[in-house]
Ligand binder design. Structure first.
Ligand code: ATP
Ligand code: MG
Length: 415
């Protein structure tokens, strides 16, 4: 029997995983500077949460969810995105009772049953932030600036952000009417999904990947914004400008989720991954907290796809600090020496050195090669003779110089 990983999933092996750890370190550090704190929510939730919190008319809920029944017959779903779970946790744990805005981040796997291709998988990872409890345009701008700063921090080039406003409820109703007047005459020429979307949530038609070109002349939602929506949108832009953040306005940008209000944005890459040029996105969701049973609290967030980042970092040959050189490799020649090496190895590790020895009973030469492969800074060699004298040889792998030190001075010699 040959086993293979499930379709659309990836193994991250040593050599690659360091690049993930590098990006995760940068994510944690940026979150600290922006004062976002980590939350960890379950990887599965009740299916209803996503039906409510992502929305019945979205691609995710209609065709992408990994759902199953637990033994109690409850409908469960592997999380397809992070926001619904975070908002559920915010409500359930009454974080709305705290005096400050809840600024939260998460990093973890998400699951969507999609057709796999480069940059699109069935298990993938997102780094996302959510700021819940403020309607201030300054926080919209902060969330957008956070994303761009993250790309800069990891050393990614050629990224940009497109922003839009999908308005408040009143503006969107006004826009839906104008959009329907534009879409109805072409109804029969649209893809099956869009024919469905027209009746349920016409805005989503603009997000179609099949018929995208047909909507170039669609009315702009910006012309339908009421004063409240427009004031907010302009203030977001003023805040971005104040931070020196460049952006472009894309009036056709709508996001997949149903509960977005006002600000919507997407992070783009110039280089592209096949046909894909989006690496993240987000928006304001002033209706979502109430939708999952909480008080009427506004929120905004964004999520970035980590696999897409990794593909771009590799493409751009970005210099990544992912080296893990070994401090010391210990070689024993002889049986008594071997026991002493075991003792020294553990003592060095306790003191904070990264240290390794041979476990395959190999010859000295093979062990030296192993030390080279591990990029050991020092190799320590102990024979039975030296052991008798209470001494040990320390070789610098860089200068190839060798000195002999007292066994008890080994740690200080290595420092
Ligand atoms: P797309 O239009 O590419 O399907 P989306 O609108 O479904 O994206 P979001 O739900 O906004 O994507 O998720 C935010 C980010 O998460 C995406 O920009 C992308 O980087 C990443 N992402 C989404 N789905 C996948 C997937 N199946 N595989 C890998 N990354 C993904
Ligand atoms: Mg998608």
């Amino acid at each position: 029997m040959d086993f293979q990983k499930p379709k659309g999933t990836l193994d991250f092996l040593p050599g690659t995983v360091e690049k993930w750890q590098y990006v995760e370190r940068k994510a944690h550090d940026l979150a600290r500077r922006f004062n976002y704190r980590e939350v960890r929510t379950p990887i599965f939730e009740y299916t209803q949460l996503f039906q409510r919190g992502v929305g019945e008319t979205t691609d995710i809920v209609q065709k992408e969810m990994f759902s199953f029944q637990d033994m109690g017959g409850r409908n469960m779903t592997l999380r397809p995105e992070g926001t619904a779970g975070v908002v559920r946790a915010y409500v359930e744990n009454k974080l709305f009772g705290e005096p400050d805005v809840s600024k939260l981040f998460y990093i973890g796997p998400m699951f969507r049953q999609e057709r796999p291709q480069a940059g699109r998988y069935r298990q993938f990872h997102q780094f996302g932030i959510e700021a819940i409890g403020s309607v201030e345009p300054a926080i919209d701008a902060e969330v957008i600036a956070f994303g761009l700063q993250f790309f800069e921090d990891i050393g990614l080039k050629g990224t940009s952000v497109e922003i839009n406003s999908v308005g408040n409820t009143a503006s969107r109703e006004a826009y839906n009417e104008r959009l329907l007047a534009f879409l109805n005459p072409m109804r029969d020429s649209l893809c099956k999904d869009c024919q469905n979307r027209i009746d349920r949530n016409p805005l989503r038609v603009l997000d179609c990947k099949v018929d995208h070109d047909k909507f170039a002349d669609a009315p702009s939602i910006l012309d339908s914004l009421d004063e409240e929506s427009l004031t907010h949108f302009e203030a977001v832009q003023r805040n971005l400008t104040a931070m020196g953040v460049a952006y472009t306005i894309n009036p056709r940008l709508v996001r997949g989720l149903d509960y977005y209000t006002l600000t919507a944005f997407e992070f783009k890459t110039q280089s592209g991954i096949g046909a894909i040029d989006t690496i993240g996105g987000g928006g304001r969701y002033n209706k979502l907290v109430a939708e999952v049973g909480g008080p009427d609290q506004p929120g905004i967030g964004m999520a970035i796809g980590m696999e897409r980042l990794q593909l771009l970092l590799a493409d751009q040959q970005t210099e990544i600090d992912d080296k893990r050189p070994l401090d010391v490799y210990l070689i024993a020649l002889g049986e008594k020496a071997s026991a002493e090496i075991t003792k020294q190895l553990h003592a060095l590790r306790k003191l904070g050195f990264s240290a390794e020895r041979d476990y395959l009973d190999r010859k000295m030469k093979a062990q030296m090669k192993s030390a080279d492969r591990l990029e050991a800074r020092y190799t320590v060699i102990l024979g039975d003779d030296e052991l008798e004298r209470g001494e040990i040889a320390v070789k610098s792998m860089e200068t190839r110089e060798q000195v002999t030190v007292k066994l008890e001075d080994l740690a200080s010699a290595l420092k």
